[in-house]
Design a protein around this ligand. Structure first.
Ligand code: ATP
Ligand code: MG
Length: 137
């Protein structure tokens, strides 16, 4: 099993994208189906941008085993008070600063759901959010 770990700082949009691009390189080296790589990288990118956009800091752990990629994105931040509302296409609480960076369409979580085989979002308001995604191949 291969494990990759990345730290993400809230507000750091210069580095948001590192976890997904580094993961992409490793998945390519492992000769994983390009369609699976694409789904994983798209979902991971949305997840890491969410930490940069909405949380204070977080950690991304990607584990690759024989037939599965698992991604855990755990952050310290304000949390999500209503997860089903957050999952709706177009729902966003992004700040004006985040919108200026080109984010805030409210499409990240719906996109993660579409691309992952399993998506689990757990959050404690006032404390943080943990997102788990599984991609099978
Ligand atoms: N890690 C997080 N911590 C706190 N709130 C979050 C987090 N991830 C998502 N949210 C909340 O869920 C909402 C919807 O997230 P989603 O990724 O779908 O859209 P967005 O980030 O606002 O915009 P987009 O992803 O399209 O740029 C966010 O606006 C925010 O309120
Ligand atoms: Mg988002």
């Amino acid at each position: 099993m291969i494990e990759l770990k990345f730290n993400i700082e809230g507000g750091d949009f210069d580095r948001a994208g590192t976890a997904s691009s580094e993961t992409k390189k490793v998945l390519k080296q492992l000769n994983i189906d390009p369609r699976v790589i694409k789904r994983t990288v798209v979902a991971l990118y949305e997840g890491e941008v969410n930490i940069a956009a909405h949380a204070f800091r977080g950690e991304v752990i990607v584990s690759v085993s024989d037939h599965q990629i698992q991604a855990i994105l755990k952050d310290e931040g304000p949390g999500i008070p209503d997860i089903s509302q957050a999952m709706l296409e177009g729902f966003s609480t992004a700040s004006s600063k985040v919108r200026e960076m080109g984010f805030g369409a409210g499409m990240g979580l719906p996109n993660m759901k579409k691309n992952a085989d399993q998506l689990q979002v757990e959050s404690v308001p006032g404390s943080g959010t943990t997102v788990k995604m599984i991609f099978n191949f």
